[in-house]
Ligand binder design. Structure first.
Ligand code: ZN
Length: 674
């Protein structure tokens, strides 16, 4: 029997891949790659693009293609067996990556190659990035230190994985059955149906609440029952902390351990802090620029947020005699105030955003801007019946990219929304591979008698992830190291995603997608206007929350204190003092669930969301000047930024597009903060 994971030239056979295939495939492939590299290095006399980069890229591709479905299924259809196999591979993979990154002979060849003048600019960028990668992998270190480097990497990878599992387990462990619907007053019908369905699936009667994000959000936003809001808030804010039902899930000690290892890693490589290490590969380049950038946003946001909180407090007092707003009141009263001021509610809008209609509009926009065709393909092997698959063709009817769309929340699927690569674009030697993306969301799915109906926030999320998808799929770059989102600085990578969010506020696009799922009636002009105006509703408060996360993340990586294990808690308290206008409850352990920075790639990089938002608002200003539905606009953007991947530094791409460097004003204007 051949292992189905050894399938590199087409899409993964999801239905055939079993947990027991994982470890053998990874072990064998790494063995093969290791051997291949050894042999290659023996044979090379004078390195060239053809005798070094091409063959190594081709075997790297095999490992990437093998691992992509493994890691994807681990996130979207998690099981104990799968997780166990997946985790066994992590140390093997990190060790192999570190080994390649510290290969002296390979490094020498890259250095020699860098001096050759015959390389094309894109090839030079690949070599330049690789050389920086070598440095960051500890190529210059003594043997002892290299071993320590590998050990740290391995430990960090294990800790990240534990961190993420604790959050998932703690989230799944919490359930609350409610038998009397009166306790759920205020909750919209669509959510009640979901809760009833969950109870039924669990062979219980009534309404089953859990900590999946749609449930949490529905309770916090709509439950009249303040105690219930508090209970959910507390359960969610203490996930994977010392308050968890299972003490083994406490991520607090893991955070201290992770921070200490990251600092050690940074120092090993000659950086002052992990923040210095992180910015070495980013558009911001230096920590002081990041801090200055965030501080620049704090002042105007605080000014705006103070007024917003004042209005909210007055509203809550007038309506319910509430003396002081608590953390679990914010979403609830904000939604009521939004309804009063704008007469629109996320819930009331749901019937106007049937998923199929929204997706179609999104596809139409992309088809117009980039002269492509997006077609459903039902012939492809998928991991769950809800998943859809699409082909993208250009004007010559050539297949140029493909994607999986997995939109609905379900058990054993990690929360949140993201885009990931299934296949990278590569054209080298005999190999020609088109990009394939996974687009994953966690929307409430269809019910017995209704299609999936999205909130406007869901629409934003979908457009956002599709923006990442376009970046990955419409790349024009042939070298996989710098095609799509590869080789793009982290703090610039959210530009294409956030840019697409603007279409969810673009009047003609709204008119095209906001049609009642039964009557087909278009959402009225007034409501559309209000929906657009509501974009700046509490923009200051929202900005402050993001700045809180960003400052916390960046400062704990910049100000490591080796004498105080819990220094990160002190920094959190300082940041909260600086940006919070409502006291955060003592029990709140948000850091314990902050997977982005402790289990994801955003360490000392969460600021990237804001950084890239500045870029995307500035790009959108150009779109508005030139026409957001003009193919010329789309093509100019595709030519300068979207199609370029990581082939040039992000600042250069931005200047190519805009004719100047970015400024923060378009963002502040767009949010109504200026
Ligand atoms: Zn994103």
């Amino acid at each position: 029997m051949t292992n189905p994971l050894f399938k590199f030239d087409s899409l993964p056979d999801f239905s055939k891949i079993k947990a027991e295939h994982i470890v053998p495939a990874v072990t064998e492939q790494i063995h093969k790659n290791r051997h291949h590299l050894e042999k290659l290095l023996e044979d090379i006399d004078v390195p060239s693009w053809q005798n070094l980069i091409e063959p190594t890229s081709i075997v790297d591709r095999e490992l990437d293609n093998l691992w992509s479905p493994v890691s994807h299924i681990n996130s979207v259809a998690n099981s104990n067996e799968w997780r166990e196999q997946y985790e066994q591979c992590l140390p093997i993979l990190t060790e192999y990556a570190a080994e390649v990154g510290q290969n002296q002979v390979l490094f020498q060849h890259y250095q020699n190659l860098a001096e050759q003048e015959t390389l094309a600019p894109q090839q030079q960028k690949v070599i330049k990035d690789a050389l920086l990668g070598f440095k960051l992998s500890g190529i210059d270190l003594t043997k002892d230190k290299q071993n320590r480097y590998k050990e740290i990497k391995k430990q960090l990878s294990k800790l990240s994985s534990d961190f993420s599992n604790h959050v998932l387990d703690a989230t799944m462990a919490w359930k609350k059955l409610i038998s009397d619907v009166a306790d759920l007053r205020g909750i919209p019908e669509s959510s009640l149906e979901q809760f009833a369905q969950k109870a039924e699936d669990d062979e219980q009667q009534g309404y089953l609440l859990d900590l999946q994000f749609p449930t949490y959000l529905a309770i916090l936003t709509y439950a009249d029952n303040r105690e219930l809001r508090k209970e959910l808030y507390q359960a969610y804010a203490t996930r994977a902390s010392e308050y968890s039902s299972n003490k083994d899930w406490d991520n607090g000690p893991l955070i201290s351990e992770i921070m200490s290892l990251r600092q050690e890693l940074a120092e090993l490589l000659g950086f002052e802090s992990y923040a210095h290490y992180s910015t070495a590969t980013k558009m911001a380049e230096r920590p002081d620029r990041v801090i200055a950038f965030l501080e620049e946003l704090v002042a105007p946001s605080l000014r705006a947020a103070k007024n917003e909180i004042k209005a909210l407090s007055e509203f809550a007092f007038k309506r319910d005699g509430l003396e002081s707003l608590q953390a679990w009141d914010l979403s609830y009263y904000s939604e009521l105030l939004r309804q009063q001021d704008f007469d629109i509610s996320q819930e009331a809008l749901r019937p106007y955003f049937p998923e199929a209609q929204v997706t179609q509009t999104l596809f139409d926009i992309a088809e117009t801007l980039f002269a492509i065709k997006i077609e459903l393909n039902t012939e492809v092997d998928i991991w769950h019946e809800d998943v859809r698959f699409y082909d993208i063709r250009n004007t010559n009817d050539e297949l140029i990219a493909r994607f999986y769309l997995d939109l609905y929340a379900r058990e054993h699927k990690r929360g949140g929304a993201w885009m990931d690569s299934c296949r990278d674009r590569i054209e080298m030697g005999q190999i020609k591979q088109i990009p394939v993306a996974y687009l994953t969301c966690n929307f409430a799915g269809p019910s017995k008698d209704k299609p999936a109906l999205l909130t406007h926030d869901d629409v934003l999320t979908l457009f956002h992830e599709f923006g990442h998808g376009l970046h990955h799929m419409l790349t024009q770059v042939n070298e996989s190291q710098i095609s799509g989102i590869n080789g793009v600085e982290w703090d610039a990578v959210e530009l294409p995603s956030q840019l697409m969010e603007n279409y969810a506020y673009h009047e003609p696009s709204l008119r095209a997608m906001a049609k009642h799922y039964v009557t087909g009636e278009v959402l009225d002009d007034l409501t559309i206007q209000k929906l657009i105006e509501a974009r700046s509703f509490q923009a200051g408060m929202f900005m402050l929350r993001q700045l809180e996360f960003a400052l916390f993340d960046f400062r704990i990586h910049l100000e490591f204190d080796k004498h105080n294990n819990n220094y990160w808690q002190d920094i959190l308290a300082e940041v909260r003092d600086q940006v919070n206008l409502i006291t955060v409850p003592e029990f709140n352990r948000f850091a314990c669930g902050f997977s982005h920075i402790f289990a994801g790639g955003y360490a000392a990089g969460y600021y990237s969301y804001k950084w890239a938002e500045v870029l995307s608002a500035d790009v959108w200003e150009y779109f508005e000047e030139k026409g957001p539905m003009a193919t010329d606009t789309g093509q100019h953007y595709h030519r300068c930024i979207l199609g370029q991947g990581g082939s040039k530094p992000a600042m250069e791409l931005f200047v190519d597009f805009r004719g100047r460097e970015p400024t923060i004003e378009p963002l502040l204007k767009q949010q109504g903060i200026l």
